[in-house]
Ligand binder design. Structure first.
Ligand code: GDP
Ligand code: MN
Length: 378
């Protein structure tokens, strides 16, 4: 689960990391009240679940009331890469001497959290990695978390002033603690700044909490902002489907995560592009199939749908029944290709036949068929 900047900052603040004060507003009037309380200059920051707000014009330092009203209205009306701005954070503008990067991410290859720091903060860390990889220091955490000597090495890499380094060590140790205690897969401060007076502040926060750990964090789970998330992913979660939206044109409805991955691979292999990953699980519940079809029909980019069902414990006839019920309910016009094999395959085929639908049994053939249908429909 992705957190908004202001929510990530709450976790940082609770963990003792120095974060400037600030409040969230949904309207210009609310924002004006906050600005009046804080005093100018302030920064107005769009709260959307996507990075690069600064570049898109969603972060603005303002120094007086008239400018504030104009900019708050402008940013509240913005759309950043398909994310409507519904909330803004108003926070005192900090003077910046240096911008650093500090982030902890789960390194899946080494199965260990990885701390990355860079003196080139404020810009995308991917960009730094491409252009000037020597400006990134990488340190793996271990079962103790971040040992103090490693935090000191990281701080030395960032700044040579002892008083600044001391604050940096403190921030890095606390960041590692927040990362572990909140079950994060990412905890990032970009930029972590030093003021001209040598004070260190976290002025941005990007936090991702592992969905599977949310049962342990009721307070974090309550931060979920359904309005800011992809509607398909919200509906899928509600119906117990694993769904990830992608950029292609071929919708996939598959039972089992492994088969879903294999289906996507095969679509790519034959020159198509999957529109999603979707695992309906070991279930043939018509509600789940209906939800899956609903999600895919709403996605404008989907040109054709492939049902790929391997009947084991899940019986093919149950899935076919679910599919027919779902089609009766929503009446989609999308071309559908069905591939099923396994338990009760024959019964399923008869049911689909009776409705004029053909089910294939070969996966390769089905994938090629759905790609052809999608390009006819494009
Ligand atoms: P992002 O673009 O979505 O990562 O948003 P950030 O919060 O990182 O802000 C982008 C940039 O705006 C930062 O790198 C800073 O240069 C600038 N910025 C953000 N907050 C402040 C602030 O309080 N004071 C000043 N002077 N600049 C800020
Ligand atoms: Mn940032």
């Amino acid at each position: 689960m992705n957190l908004h900047e202001y929510q990530g900052k709450e976790l940082f603040r609770a963990g003792g990391i120095p974060v400037p004060p600030g409040e969230v507003a949904r309207t210009v009037e609310e924002a004006e009240t906050i600005a009046a309380r804080l005093g100018f200059p302030v920064v107005i920051k769009a709260q959307v679940l996507i990075g690069g707000r600064g570049k898109a014009g969603g972060v603005k330092v303002v120094s007086n009331g008239a400018e504030f009203t104009r900019e708050a209205g402008r940013i509240l009306g913005m759309d950043i890469k398909g994310h409507a701005v519904r909330k803004i954070l108003v926070t005192p503008a900090t003077e910046i001497e240096k911008e650093f990067y500090a982030g902890i991410v789960l390194d899946r290859k080494y199965e260990t959290p990885l701390l990355m720091v860079s003196p080139s903060g404020g810009i995308d860390i991917e960009e730094v990695a491409r252009q000037t990889p020597e400006k990134i220091m990488r340190l793996h955490l271990d079962e103790r978390g971040l040992p103090a000597y490693r935090a000191r090495a990281a701080a030395r890499f960032l700044d040579d002033r002892p008083a600044v380094r001391k604050q940096l060590v403190d921030v890095l140790l606390k960041l590692a603690r927040v990362y572990a205690e909140q079950d994060c897969s990412l905890a990032e401060i970009n930029p972590l700044i030093v003021t001209p007076h040598g004070e260190v502040w976290a002025i941005d926060a990007k936090v991702v909490v592992d969905d599977n750990a949310l049962d342990r964090h009721a307070d974090v789970a309550a931060m979920r902002d359904l309005g800011a998330e992809d509607p398909g992913e919200v509906e899928a979660r509600g119906k117990g489907l694993s769904y990830v939206r992608l950029d292609g044109s071929i919708g996939c409805v598959v039972n089992g995560a492994g088969l879903a991955m294999a289906t996507m691979d095969m679509i790519q292999f034959h020159g198509g592009k999957p529109a999603n990953f979707l695992d309906i699980g070991g279930s043939s519940n018509p509600d789940k199939v209906t939800a899956a079809m609903n999600i895919l029909s709403r996605d404008q980019r989907v040109r054709a749908v492939l049902f790929n069902i391997f009947g084991g414990i899940t019986r093919c006839d149950d899935v076919a029944r679910g599919l027919l019920t779902a089609l009766d309910r929503i009446g989609t016009k999308l071309p559908i290709v069905i591939r099923l094999t396994g338990t009760n395959e024959k019964e399923a085929r008869e049911m689909l036949d009776a409705r004029g639908m053909v089910a294939l049994s070969d996966m390769d053939e089905a994938v090629r068929a759905v790609i052809a249908r999608a390009s006819e429909a494009a």
